[in-house]
Design a protein around this ligand. Sequence first.
Ligand code: FPP
Length: 216
Amino acid sequence: MDGNGRWAERRCLPRAAGHSRGAEAVRRVVEQAPGLGITTLTMYAFSSDNWSRPRAEVDALMALFRHTLHAEAVRCIREGVRLTVIGRRDRLGGALLRSIDDTEVATQEGARLHLRLAVDYSGRHSISSGEVGPDVDLLVRTGGEQRLSDFLLWESAYAEILFEPRLWPDYTGADLARAVAWFRARNRKFGGLGQYRITNEKAGNVPHVRGDRWLR
Ligand code: FPP
């Protein structure tokens, strides 16, 4: 979700305003995801290296996470979204931790989409602590940057990676639909010869193709 700061700076707004607009983009994308066949969606909300940002920006982000969790819990329950948070918890404030716990419990029955928010997340740290998840199918980075920035390093071993120039606050459900269409047209080879080409038509008929766990 890169580009919040630039989105705000281009409008002479404080960076926190970009993060707020970024939270609206999160809602748009979460609404669209199940309809596109996405079953698990992981969003990089705060990296362990983001603690080095100015205190005011960090505080604004933590307040935004707390507020958004609180405000969106009911919608998540209604829409069948199970929300969990990945990353370290030992450096988060008590109020945010309570919001995370409450939201995780309240949404635990959600079966349409598993939304994972990465907060105080470091791919290297999760590898060294043995806390890795299922393989990533599609990784989208917005904001024109072409690097992984310590996100899901282990899980992205065979991810299809899409670098998207659009700034995150401008990202829409249509952008996500285009990304998924691009992914479905990729020839995933996993080091082999790529015998099976995954397309919209064929994906359901190739049950043994690896890496299809996050996208139906
Ligand atoms: C990176 O853009 C973005 C972040 C560090 C924060 C992402 C957080 C949100 C989108 C809010 C989401 C809220 C919830 C509850 C998930 P940047 O600030 O590095 O942008 P820049 O590269 O333009 O400076």
